[in-house]
Ligand binder design. Structure first.
Ligand code: ATP
Ligand code: MG
Length: 457
């Protein structure tokens, strides 16, 4: 990232400084704020750069060509070089009534009040200057009313103001604390941590969407277990995810002394950080174990677990495509590969699991192995991967769509009526072709279909 010309040691990108310049030149106070500044101080690449100003939204739009006012969020978005920057008018918050969100947000005129409504000191920093300072030619500077900079240096999450009250205002802040602890590798200051434990049950009021957004960010942390352990010790876990809390103390017998909950966390950490679906599936893969535990076995836990994962994701209002993928992975994670599998068995496995889940399922299983104290490739995973790749490279038929005929052919060539029989015939043919790929040509398939019809009669 290019260093700014702003004279500070902060890596504020030139584009951001340009946007600030426009606002200053327009006679306004303008600052970079929040998480982006914290990340810059840490030398991390900021996810997004947020700006705050005393200019009202319509004024911001007037000053910045191409800017769009997003009424729903009260934010102006401006695109520069394929990146979107959010510019928010200073706010003050009032009257928190339901532990979910500020009852009333009002535009404000000072950066100090805007910072005071933010959650943690490390997120309550600003860099920039007021309109007056800009007019007087004063250089932009850091605004740090709550000691956020020192907390960045020591790696500490500390609530702005009185922690208990701030968590009562918005319970999501407690989830953000444990998430940020994992994302940033920070500790949580004792009074803040105590306040989370004292108010943990308030997270029950949060909307699924807001929890899901923080869960997604937690799963993208280098070691999500850090955040989940904080959830556990503060009591957030039992209120957010009781089905995960139920894994505590369930004997797992793979790693001595580990319970099922530890196994889950090891599995999540072992999944690749850039595979969010696999990480989510890793978190949920053994949800069915506590209720199926009997004599050291968990028969059918993948089926029960798939159901529970579906319910949990519905609670979080996860997009259907995400939920379906994760549930599919949970349901199929217990396959047992043996070197003795025929090529046809490998093809059947591919057909059953399907793409793109196949790759994810193998990744999930490798993480599950590591979570069990085993080498990632335990159970012939590497060999299975190779054999799958061979079959895929051979471009043999694995699904209905790969057959050299389709339903319309069957109807036209064999004089059949449309109906369920067509689907059954195609499945039948696919079974045959998976067993013997040589059969996948048009005349052969039509003959086979005819013979199958004869058998039915
Ligand atoms: P990340 O780097 O993961 O995006 P972030 O801290 O920037 O973390 P955002 O959701 O992008 O998280 O929020 C931007 C800023 O808005 C925060 O840094 C914080 O100052 C403020 N903020 C966000 N959520 C809250 C909240 N629930 N209560 C108070 N302030 C909040
Ligand atoms: Mg952010």
């Amino acid at each position: 990232m290019n260093r700014s010309t702003g004279g500070s040691e902060l890596a504020v990108p030139p584009t951001v400084v340009e946007l600030l310049d426009v606002l200053w030149a327009g006679g306004h106070s303008a600052f970079v704020v929040g998480g982006s500044l914290r990340d810059a101080l840490l030398g991390r690449t900021a996810a997004d750069w947020d700006l705050a100003t005393d200019a009202r939204p319509d004024r911001v739009v007037e000053l910045l060509p191409g800017a769009v006012y997003e009424n729903r969020f009260g934010t102006v978005a401006v695109r520069r070089d394929d990146e979107v920057y959010e510019i928010t008018t200073f706010r003050t918050d009032h009257d928190y009534a339901d532990f979910r969100r500020p009852h009333r947000v009002e535009f404000g005129d000072s950066i100090e009040l805007d910072l005071a409504r933010r959650d943690f000191t490390v997120n309550a920093l600003a860099w920039g200057r007021t309109a007056a300072a800009a007019a007087a030619g004063v250089r932009p500077d850091l605004v740090d009313p709550f000691g956020g900079r020192d907390d960045v240096t020591s790696g500490t999450l500390r609530a702005v103001g009185e922690a208990t009250r701030r968590f009562e205002e918005d319970a999501l802040r407690m989830v953000r604390a444990v998430r940020l602890a994992a994302t940033l590798g920070f500790g949580i200051e004792p009074a803040t941590l105590e306040a989370i434990a004292a108010r943990a049950e308030l997270v029950g009021h949060l909307s699924g969407e807001r929890v899901a957004a923080e869960l997604g960010k937690l799963l993208a942390a280098p070691a999500p277990s850090v955040g989940f352990r904080f959830m556990e010790t503060t009591g957030l876990l039992v209120h957010l995810f009781p089905e995960l809390a139920a894994q505590r103390g369930v004997a797992q017998n793979k790693i001595p002394g580990d319970d099922l909950w530890s196994h889950t966390l090891r599995t999540v950490n072992a999944a690749a950080v850039d595979r969010p679906i696999v990480r989510l599936a890793a978190l949920l893969h053994d949800l069915g174990k506590p209720s199926t535990a009997a004599d050291g076995h968990f028969y059918g836990h993948e089926t029960v677990g798939a159901e529970m994962a579906g319910a949990l994701l519905a609670r979080l209002r996860s997009p259907r495509v995400v939920a379906e993928r994760v549930v599919h992975l949970v349901r199929n994670h217990m396959f047992v590969y043996e070197s003795g599998w025929s090529d046809a068995a490998v093809r059947r496995f591919i057909g059953k699991v399907g793409q793109p889940a196949l790759d994810e399922l193998l990744d999930l299983r490798a993480a599950d192995n590591v979570g069990s104290g085993l080498p990632a490739h335990h159970g012939g995973l590497a060999e299975l991967r190779t054999r799958i790749d061979e079959q895929l490279a051979a471009e043999v038929a694995l699904q209905r769509a790969d057959l050299e005929i389709d339903g319309a052919d069957l109807i036209a060539e064999l004089g059949l009526e449309p109906g369920p029989i067509i689907g059954r015939l195609l499945d039948d043919l696919l079974e045959r072709v998976i067993a013997d790929p040589e059969l996948n040509d048009r005349p052969t398939l039509l003959l086979l279909a005819q013979a199958a019809l004869g058998d039915d009669e």
